[in-house]
Design a protein around this ligand. Structure first.
Ligand SMILES: OC[C@H]1O[C@H](O[C@H]2O[C@H](CO)[C@@H](O)[C@H](O)[C@H]2O)[C@H](O)[C@@H](O)[C@@H]1O
Length: 494
């Protein structure tokens, strides 16, 4: 019930908020009000999660009843957190697309992935140090309470900076079209009709993401456990296995692997974008200093394009995951997990870049890299029929829709719905992958995990020398990643 909150909230919230925000005529912009509301809800629900027991104790005095309520409130708080954070994610992604011109989409997506990976490192780092010792009991008397306080403050601060720094255009009118879906389910209808009429390139991006997530989900969920289990199997001497130390080390070694992985992700997010040719690269006249001009031009010639890099990242992930069943030491397992930091950084940034470019074209922005020198793109929005006009916030004289488009300018008018749909293709495979993992676990480890069954009845033990189930799930992920590589190459031809 708890694991499902992430994919379920992403599946439902991102498309719906995307559509609603796309059509919002708020004077504060289409995305910022949702970011503000969502962040406030996330902050409150995080604090509720951290202090559930104390909050319940204020209202329920009976101890037995309080225990039940604590569980119920904690689960609810987790769901609310996931749902609200997905609203913020949806509008945050759209904001990048809305505000940047087509040439800057790669750069915007790369910055989003840099900031995301910085957040991960800070999160892991906070988890690794003893916060109660550092801050004393002021922020709460346990590590978890303090983590929720820090996360809530971080959420509010980063959202406040975003909303302050970004100038959004305001949607003035959405012209009514008789063909537009009406009534209570119009949002769902709009998502459905858009889903059925996706432009070919957007469909290709979505399928590439779909196949890749069947591989990424088991990795993101189980990799730290897998490194710990590998340690337990191959590195701990048989007679030391039942000690408290060995079990504690298992957790620490798994967390260390994740920390190394997120560090690699962070470094890749900074290093790779300048080494990869962005979809807009032709538009710039690079004028490096004469002394190094030759070298810069030579380097530029050999830069791979983003599509090649995305395909290579699927292959690299598939390579690492295909080796997991053969890992016979926790060090090797850690190296495999760390390697995945490189493809993960590309997995976050490449689809957003391609989607950002396509959504801008749909909104009427021109592609300056096109052979015809930046004339309007050939296709426009496929679903719905509404028109959009935008003007600068507080500027009532520029409500001409043409002013929103133009050479390479961003309109991003449909970023919410298309990024929401992209997220459907990111969350659905998470359910499929969970189903596959459940099958693998049921077949290979019908009892308890051999590494964790030390206290269980012998009938519950499965063969500790047998194949590791998590490694098999990851191996299946490798196959799916190959399918993702194939699906991504299709983007070259559509
Ligand atoms: O199921 C959990 C979440 O999975 C996706 O989010 C994760 O991947 C994103 C990159 O695609 C990354 O930016 C985010 O930090 C990760 O949590 C999905 O987009 C979410 O909707 C879903 O809740």
């Amino acid at each position: 019930m708890v694991w499902i909150a992430g994919p379920l909230s992403g599946l439902i919230v991102q498309p719906i908020i995307g559509v609603v925000a796309d059509e919002s005529k708020s004077r504060w912009g289409r995305r910022r009000p949702f970011i503000v509301m969502g962040s406030l809800i996330v902050a409150c629900s995080l604090l509720t999660l951290g202090f559930t027991k104390e909050i319940v104790a204020l209202f329920v005095l009976d101890k037995k009843l309080a225990k039940i309520f604590t569980i119920v409130v904690a689960v609810l708080a987790l769901y609310v957190t996931d749902f609200a954070i997905n609203a913020v994610m949806s509008c945050g992604r759209s904001l990048v697309v809305d505000t940047l011109p087509i040439q800057k989409q790669q750069s915007g997506a790369a910055w989003a992935s840099r900031m995301g990976s910085l957040g991960h490192i800070i999160g892991y780092g906070m988890g690794a140090v003893d916060l109660v010792q550092i801050f004393g009991p002021r922020l709460g008397d346990t590590q978890f309470k303090q983590l929720t306080v820090i996360a809530a403050v971080g959420m509010l601060m980063t959202s406040a900076i975003t909303c302050w720094a970004v100038t959004e255009r305001v949607l003035v009118t959405v012209r009514q079209d008789p063909r537009r879906a009406q009534g209570r389910f119009k949002v769902v209808q709009k998502i459905w009709s858009t889903l059925l009429t996706l432009p070919p390139r957007i469909r290709a991006i979505c399928w590439a993401v779909f196949w890749s997530w069947i591989g990424w989900f088991p990795f993101l969920i189980y990799s730290s456990t897998w490194v710990g289990e590998t340690y337990f199997r191959y590195d701990v001497p048989g007679d030391a296995r039942n000690t408290k130390d060995a079990l504690g080390d298992m957790g620490r070694i798994g967390s260390t692997a994740l920390t190394v992985y997120s560090t690699v992700t962070f470094i890749s997010a900074w290093i790779l974008p300048p080494l990869i040719r962005a979809p807009e690269d032709n538009t710039f006249t690079h004028r490096p200093p004469v002394a190094i001009a030759h070298w810069v031009q030579t380097l530029n010639k050999f830069k791979p394009d983003l599509l090649t890099a995305w395909v290579a990242s699927h292959l690299m992930f598939a390579f690492a995951m295909s080796l997991t069943p053969f890992a016979a030491s926790f060090r090797f397992a850690t190296v495999l997990v760390a390697l995945c930091g490189v493809p993960w950084s590309i997995a976050i940034w490449a689809p957003s870049t391609f989607m950002g470019v396509e959504v801008n074209k749909l909104g009427g922005a021109t592609d300056p890299t096109s052979p015809n020198g930046g004339s309007p793109v050939l296709y426009r929005r496929m679903s719905g029929g509404s028109s959009i006009e935008m003007r600068g916030l507080g500027d009532s004289h520029h409500s001409d829709p043409e002013s929103a488009a133009g050479a390479g300018n961003s309109t991003g008018e449909l970023s919410g719905i298309y990024f929401g749909i992209l997220n459907i293709f990111c969350t659905l495979p998470q359910f499929i992958s969970t189903f596959i993992s459940a099958l693998v676990f049921a077949v290979l480890e019908p009892g308890k995990s051999p590494e964790l069954a030390t206290d269980a009845h012998p009938s519950e033990h499965s063969d500790p020398g047998g194949t590791n189930s998590i490694a098999i799930c990851m191996f299946i992920g490798a196959i799916s990643s190959l399918a993702a590589a194939y699906a991504t190459t299709k983007l070259r031809h559509v």
